[in-house]
Design a binder for this molecule. Structure first.
Ligand code: HSE
Length: 379
């Protein structure tokens, strides 16, 4: 199978290298930015790929939505299999791409878009055929897990930890989606689409770690707690929920053993019980290996990861109740129903009474608009 690659960044270089060295595949042309085709294997015009009859499949690892979608459509219309590691693309346009791939009788797989090397979507897709998936999620962003690990184990500051994650190739080109939880949210959206045939695009909430300070870390570590960024999705009384938020966990929680750029992806099957998958969730070769895995699945005859009935849908997070740890200025204290609180160094650290995910995220959003610096995490 001859595979063209769209993009030659961190992951693209890994995919190209793996294609060149794996006897099952032939490395095709690599699409780079206009004017950057400085080697014979590079091209800067997508038409040279879609019109090349020797190319069987296209691997998109360039990121972004609009151009990646336009190129994906061109590739599928030209009868080429299409695999992608691009969660922004699949969470926004997955249903359309899946429909076009079906129409053309070619493959559209995207397991590299969720969990890096961890075969989460493949396992979910298999499990949903024989069991009811009650819940799914876990640690789905390698950048923030790496940062949290470095901040909590080594005492690094936020910026230093982020710079390291960028230098190691874990973060997106613009790391905003990583640190705000949007990247993990897109991944849980894909998990819901595979498990429930519903790709939620409304009613979603994501809180990341961009408000976390070294003082917060010192405070909750003093209480024996560790922070992890968790994505959660599932069905509660038939209603789909999906959200991302930090959680403070006791030292014996399995998530605390997840270090560096690793992910821990879980699902709860009605009959299987809890299944846990762990591995590197970000980085050149872990992500490239997932792209190659999808190509290999296509070689073996798999054509889709989404069910043909999958449709865009809404998440309902008002039924999900949590208690939260909140660090806030004194002026915000009256805004929350609190179970306990303590003042320290000009801030108040408090534990809320149970409140819905939706209400908590909306409340903090409104307070931040008024300039209030707040960190919160499920506890
Ligand atoms: N930036 C992503 C992460 C890459 O850190 O998890 C893998 O999807």
């Amino acid at each position: 199978m001859k595979v063209a690659v769209l993009g030659f960044g961190v992951v693209g270089q890994g995919v190209y290298e793996m294609l060149r060295t794996c006897p099952l595949f032939e490395a095709g042309p690599v699409l780079v930015r206009p004017g950057k085709a400085d080697a014979p294997f590079k091209v800067d015009d997508i038409e040279k790929i879609v019109n090349d009859e020797s190319v069987d499949a296209v691997a998109e690892v360039m990121g972004g939505v609009d151009v990646a979608y336009a190129y994906g459509v061109k590739a599928l219309k030209a009868g080429k299999h299409f695999v992608t590691s691009n969660k922004a693309l699949v969470s926004a346009k997955g249903v359309e791409l899946d429909a076009l791939a079906r129409e053309k009788g070619v493959g559209f797989l995207f397991s590299a878009a969720c969990g890096g090397a961890v075969p989460f979507l493949h396992n979910l897709e298999l499990a949903r055929q024989s069991d009811d998936i009650e819940a799914l999620g876990g640690i789905l962003n390698g950048t923030t897990n790496y940062m949290l690990d470095r901040m909590q184990s080594e005492g690094l500051g936020y910026e230093e930890a982020l710079s390291e994650a960028q230098a190691l190739g874990y973060a997106e080109a613009d790391p905003t989606a990583d640190v705000t939880g949007l990247d993990a949210l897109r991944k849980i959206m894909l998990g819901c689409a595979v498990a429930y045939d519903r790709l939620p695009v409304e009613g979603l909430y994501n809180e990341g770690i961009d408000s976390l300070t070294a003082a917060d870390v010192a405070h909750f570590q003093g209480k024996g707690l560790t922070c992890r960024l968790l994505a959660k999705g599932g069905l509660a009384e038939g209603k789909l929920y999906a959200y991302v938020q930090p959680a403070l966990l006791p030292a014996d929680a399995p998530e605390c053993a997840v270090k560096k750029n690793f992910n821990m992806a879980k699902y709860l099957g009605k009959n299987s019980g809890q299944i846990v998958l762990m591995g590197q969730g970000a980085g050149r070769y872990p992500t490239a290996s997932a792209v190659i895995r999808d190509l290999e699945c296509i070689r073996f005859g798999q054509r889709e990861m989404l069910h043909e009935l999958c449709e865009y849908s809404k998440a309902e997070n008002d039924g999900c109740l949590c208690t939260y740890y909140v660090r806030m200025p004194k002026a915000c204290v009256a805004e929350f129903e609190l179970a306990e609180s303590e003042a320290q160094g000009g801030a108040v650290y408090a534990i809320t009474k149970p409140i819905s995910v939706k209400a908590m995220h909306e409340k903090v959003r409104a307070l931040r608009k008024g300039g209030m610096p707040i960190f919160f995490a499920e506890i």
